[in-house]
Design a protein around this ligand. Structure first.
Ligand code: PLP
Length: 452
């Protein structure tokens, strides 16, 4: 059989709520045209994020009942620790309430003002946590990543030559760690090859700089390596994931992505002294080291999810269903980041809406129109999110794991192609007010003046 089906059946359903375009226009105005400010009940298909939005399995719900809520020494922690150690090979496993808390603990322990942290592309919270410490977040994506239509298989790779040049120019003492994000979320959900990770390991070893993975989507990255990197077709996703982790000195992880959990994260490394400093900080803001801001049941749900996500049937379905959305809108004339990656399809809004200038946020304009037209919530990943650091003006359609079926995706394809037929009528936006950090979450917009 050639047809790839959802590798699960549905036991519990959640009804969708419908709104009219007229009602959505009112809701948009009330939300200051910021889709983060909508109530979720007013959204038909919610593709804002794949973070924390997964459907948990029966085994995860069963594990939740097994959760040990002891303050110290909970069995749930030891179950999670074993799963994480087996997968990553790291000695220290420090649970946190989500990925950004792992980032804050890590950067607070390693970064000083004036230092530089390179990454293929920093995620928004990663960048914000580095800059909050007074250090600078530097993006070094490979050249191919700048061309959304280029079909290079590993557009998530970091520019290793650029990395080495930066280390030589600034001196290794100014660089407390090098990070690589797998898959590269802000760079279009594109995978990083094992060859690239090995090259980063070699450079960082030579200059004695710690190398960390931002491992949120390690399983999707492992599957894309299996499909695209010569020599890995016969390896299991687990073997590939283990090899990825074996090259690094530590990782940060958000369990809200590839662990199918609704909350959680962790920080890992092999450095005893550093881990001790991190645990002291953890106790200050997250909690005791055997729960780190989570309930025991959350730790158990993560432990089960980390095993489930590596099942080949799941990963094949996941990658194929994302590509299905990408191919259908791209064939209909909508420019996407090629080739489709793991957790999302990214529309190149800058290319699709050339009449809207960067400073009028073409990605935001498209996000607003897609909601108005079809009740679909997506997110701008461009100048609203990253300001002047934005490389591209993208609209991300993130696919929650195990949540939507093929007909939902067909509805989405139809909606996007309908918006595409009258794209010339879309106008830009301007920001009315915005906070100093992570402005995309709370900024207010209005239709740009003088737009046609
Ligand atoms: C989601 C994410 C984070 C932050 O994790 P949270 O759990 O949302 O705090 C960090 N890096 C990447 C690449 C992410 O996708």
């Amino acid at each position: 059989m050639k047809t790839i089906i959802e590798p699960f059946r549905i036991k519990s359903v959640e009804p969708l709520t419908y709104t009219t375009p007229a009602r959505r226009e009112v809701l948009l105005q009330e939300a200051g045209y910021n889709l983060f400010k909508l109530r979720a009940v007013d959204v038909l298909l919610d593709l804002l994020t794949d973070s924390g939005t997964s459907a948990m399995s029966t085994e995860q719900w069963a594990a939740i009942m097994r959760g040990d809520e002891s303050y110290a020494g909970s069995e749930s922690f030891f179950r999670l620790k074993k799963v994480v150690q087996d997968l990553t090979g790291f000695r220290h496993v420090i649970p946190t309430h989500q990925g950004r808390a792992a980032e804050r603990v890590l950067f607070s322990s390693l970064c000083k003002p004036g230092q530089l942290v390179p990454n293929n592309t920093h995620f928004d919270t990663t960048r914000a946590n580095i800059e909050f410490m007074g250090a600078k977040a530097i993006d070094l994506p490979v050249g191919e990543a700048g061309y959304t239509q280029a079909r290079f298989p590993f557009k998530g790779n970091i520019d290793v030559e650029g990395l080495e040049a930066l280390i030589k120019r600034e001196g290794p003492g100014r660089i407390p760690l090098v990070m690589v994000t797998v898959t590269n979320n802000s760079g279009g959900g594109q995978p990083v090859s094992l060859a690239n990770l090995k090259a980063v390991r070699d450079v960082t070893k030579r200059y004695e700089i710690p190398f960390y993975l931002d491992a949120c989507r390690f399983a999707e990255n492992a599957w894309l390596i299996k499909e695209r990197e010569p020599g890995y077709a016969d390896k299991s996703p687990r073997e590939i994931a283990r090899e990825m982790f074996s090259l690094a000195d530590g990782c940060t992880f958000s369990a809200k992505k590839d662990a199918f959990a609704n909350i959680g994260g962790f920080l890992c490394n092999n450095d005893d002294l550093l881990a001790e400093r991190e645990l002291n900080l953890l106790i200050l803001t997250e909690g005791f080291p055997t729960y780190g801001g989570l309930a025991g049941r959350d730790l158990d749900a993560i432990a089960v999810g980390l095993e489930e996500v590596l099942q080949p049937e799941y990963l094949e379905y996941r990658i194929v269903s994302t590509a299905y959305l990408g191919r259908h809108i791209a064939d209909g004339g909508v420019p996407i980041v090629e080739p489709p990656g793991g957790h999302a399809i990214y529309i190149d809004a800058g290319l699709m809406l050339p009449h809207i200038p960067r400073h009028q946020f073409p990605g935001q304009a498209l996000a607003v129109e897609l909601y108005r037209h079809a009740g679909v919530r997506s997110v701008e990943i461009g100048s609203v999110m990253f300001g002047d650091a934005a490389h591209l003006e993208l609209l991300r359609l993130a696919i929650p794991r195990r949540v939507y079926t093929q007909s939902h995706i067909d509805y989405l394809v139809e909606a996007i192609l309908e918006v595409n037929t009258r794209k010339k009528e879309l106008g830009g936006f301007e920001i009315v007010e915005a906070p100093p950090f992570l402005r995309h979450f709370t900024a207010k917009f209005r239709p740009a003046e003088g737009r046609s």
